[in-house]
Design a protein around this ligand. Structure first.
Ligand code: HGY
Ligand code: MN
Ligand code: MN
Ligand code: MN
Length: 394
């Protein structure tokens, strides 16, 4: 099976997966996405899996066997800008490999098994994470989603036909395998782990408004510089997150008019904040906003904070997590929290019993070409996923 795994991993050709250069910014709803969809269709066809897609671009390869509520496994193929090669694709490749392994073991499920690819999990183009799974699970309506716009102002409704999705209507359980985005498994010396929960997290737009002026002729005391207010707010975000033992960063900034020799008129920055509790997340963002507004008063600028998307805490079903973790002759796999959002969180919040398996990442780094997983650990993940699917479909 390792050869198969390596071949499939190498076959992720449209993305040109390469551990050295990491992943690509797999722009959803564009040519790269279509090439990835074609790769997935070919992988499913090679296994006799019936491919079902919805109007948004989500896809499931169905192993039509047995009857009753289906067990679905899978992840996403899109990425963040210059991201890693494993975040997302590892879950899809491992799901296909797990079906190969179940068949090699002579397992015949009593229920249908599906392999899913949800689009725009990172929200890299339209700004809303888990866009595909939110639409597929009904957590988000197409009427609301179609107006989402990318950085060029293109609306989602103009890119995909869209409609309510019925892709998950027969799904009884979802299991997502994912590369770990952190060092918990490394520190524990475990090849895989099981998710207990997903931290609350959100994306917030900070609009700083000032007064455009000449960068050279305007005295420092006469400026209303939104870049200064932004910089001090970024400092405050770092300080508040450290004080609270939580996570916050401004990963994206847009400057208007973005000229070297002009004091900007406006700066828009997007904050990503994560916290172990819902209340803590709200307090953290409020504290950052307050400090930013106080600074704006001093700078003669203004600050408006808009919560663009907030995902509440997700706690996975403890019995299901324990059952998945226990599927190991050497004793139970560790059950650990994650600060990363996942499609599994959306499906769980939509009421579908869900579990997550993590594969050790020796670097602990993610959303970067440094993200990595050893094939040996990946194969342990495939075997654990196959065990889990087998047990869930007996
Ligand atoms: O951003 C996240 O939490 C995930 O990697 N989509
Ligand atoms: Mn990610
Ligand atoms: Mn991911
Ligand atoms: Mn000039």
């Amino acid at each position: 099976m390792p050869d198969d795994f390596e071949r499939m991993w190498g076959d992720l050709a449209p993305v040109g997966r390469s551990a050295s250069s990491g992943g690509y910014f797999r722009q959803p709803f564009a040519s790269a996405e279509r090439e990835l969809a074609q790769w997935f269709v070919e992988q499913c066809a090679a296994r006799g899996l019936r491919v079902e897609t919805d109007e948004i671009g989500n896809a499931v390869g169905w192993w039509d066997v047995g009857s009753g509520p289906a067990v679905l496994t899978g992840s996403h193929l899109d990425s963040v800008l210059d991201g890693g090669a494993y975040d997302g694709p590892l879950g899809v490749v491992s799901a296909l490999a797990a079906i190969d392994l179940m068949r090699a073991r002579g397992v015949v499920p009593t229920r249908p098994v599906g392999v899913s690819v949800f689009v725009e999990e990172e929200g890299s183009r339209f700004g809303l994470a888990c866009l595909g799974s939110r639409l597929a699970s009904g957590a988000l309506s197409w009427e609301a989603a179609r107006e989402l716009r990318d950085r060029d102002g293109v609306a989602l409704g103009d890119v995909v036909p869209g409609a309510a999705s019925s892709l998950l209507s027969s799904v009884g359980t979802f299991v997502e395998l994912h590369v770990e985005q952190g060092r918990d498994l490394v520190d524990r010396g475990a090849a895989i782990g099981v998710a207990s929960e997903i931290w609350p997290h959100g994306r917030y737009r900070f609009d700083f408004a000032g007064a455009a002026n000449h960068a050279g002729t305007t005295r420092m005391e006469d400026r209303q510089d939104p870049m200064l207010t932004y910089a001090m707010t970024a400092l405050a975000a770092n300080k508040q997150a450290r004080l609270a033992g939580q996570r916050a960063t401004f990963g994206r900034v847009a400057v208007t008019p973005n000229g070297t020799n002009a004091v900007p008129s406006a700066v828009t920055a997007w904050l990503d904040a994560r916290c172990s509790t819902d209340a803590g997340l709200a307090e953290l963002v409020d504290a950052i906003g307050r400090q930013g507004s106080e600074r704006a008063d001093r700078d003669g600028t203004s600050l408006t904070v808009t919560a663009e998307s907030v995902s509440g805490a997700v706690t996975f079903d403890p019995a299901l997590a324990a059952a998945v973790a226990a599927d190991h002759e050497g004793g139970a796999w560790p059950i650990i929290p994650t600060q990363a959002g996942h499609d599994a969180g959306i499906l769980s919040a939509a009421g579908i019993p869900t579990a997550m398996l993590f594969v050790r990442n020796p670097t602990g780094v993610s959303h970067s070409p440094a993200e990595h997983a050893e094939v040996a650990d990946c194969l342990v993940g495939v075997s654990a996923l196959a065990d889990t699917l087998d047990r869930l479909t007996r």
